[in-house]
Ligand binder design. Sequence first.
Ligand SMILES: NC(=O)C1=CN([C@@H]2O[C@H](COP(=O)(O)OP(=O)(O)OC[C@H]3O[C@@H](n4cnc5c(N)ncnc54)[C@H](OP(=O)(O)O)[C@@H]3O)[C@@H](O)[C@H]2O)C=CC1
Ligand SMILES: CC(C)(CO)C(=O)C(=O)O
Length: 343
Amino acid sequence: MAARKAQHRQEDVFPRIVIAGAGRVGCFVGGLLAHGGHHVTLLLRERMREAISRNGLRVSDFTGLELELNSDLFGMATDPAALAEADVILVTVKSGDTAAMAEQIARHAHKDAVVISLQNGVGNPGVLREALPGRDVRAGMVPFNVVSRGDGLFHRASSGDIVIGNGRRNWARALSVPGLHMRQRRKMAPLQWGKLLFNLNTSLNALSGVPLREQIARMTWRRLMADQTAEAISVLKAAGIPVRLPVPLPVRLLPIVLRLPTFLFRHVARPLLTIDPYARGSMVEDLERGRPTEIDELQEMIVELARQQGQRAPINARVAALIREAEAKGSGPPQLSPREVRG
Ligand SMILES: NC(=O)C1=CN([C@@H]2O[C@H](COP(=O)(O)OP(=O)(O)OC[C@H]3O[C@@H](n4cnc5c(N)ncnc54)[C@H](OP(=O)(O)O)[C@@H]3O)[C@@H](O)[C@H]2O)C=CC1
Ligand SMILES: CC(C)(CO)C(=O)C(=O)O
């Protein structure tokens, strides 16, 4: 009994964290947690393990933070059996890999491990919960952008704190470390939908191939973003889905702010969000690497909801079709202009 209590106390102070699917978000978050003193194992693909073994793991961010992690500060594993040691599992695979990762968690992880989805899209926590009945599975929302700058360097290119669903234990407090802050929230769904509204631009960014900051600075792109967002907001409203943006701005004002002239837009957006020149949406790399994108979790969700409401969502449908075309071609971001995207 005393030994069990002591073990629990150990886990409270030093939880063992496994990053399930360490790519950009996973290596950045895992790197900072390890630097902050946590016991971290990156569960990752062999090609990622090799790259990190060769170059080391480095993390940087838009504030100028730069860290080089000693290899003895974190573990790496390509075998999902590594999940067995976890007290906390942070799921950072793309949505198409969630079901397979959930199966691996069900097979290897102990039942008390908390499972937190740090993914985009509103469906992933449900996929995890279905495969992991009775376990503490929480939704999470990562508002910031992480890019791989090569040679084991994972760079956070925009601002915002991670938000996770609440539960028996305040894991947000336990997992906050210098450079990485997390908050808990009771109702995650409105925030996940709000992040989805932001992520509709991730698809536009992949179609343009332009750095995110440059794209947002262009009025013609912002008008398209505004029209696409307004269409999605109207669909979500008709479906009765509450939405909360990841920045302190009422949802209905988002299209209005996007349509402001550039000098005014900058003035309004600056206190809400910092984006540095490295930022590129997470779908760009999917197209570059010929991998399936997360379009089913983004524009396709809006198109399907519109269909259910007897509405149409032509801009979202057009963007989804263009992404599918680019996926099928396999030759990377098609570098379309806003006019070409509108068709
Ligand atoms: N990057 C960003 O800026 C942001 C991303 N997000 C979201 O976070 C999630 C992760 O995105 P991101 O980090 O960009 O994606 P990445 O593709 O960079 O990382 C996911 C990694 O998981 C690996 N993987 C998949 N299945 C397994 C498995 N069973 N075992 C081990 N490794 C596995 C993938 O390998 P392989 O490719 O070989 O399958 C890949 O290396 C997505 O939902 C994304 O939308 C949210 C906010 C920002
Ligand atoms: C860049 C960001 C933060 C918003 O588009 C993102 O979530 C992504 O790239 O997937």
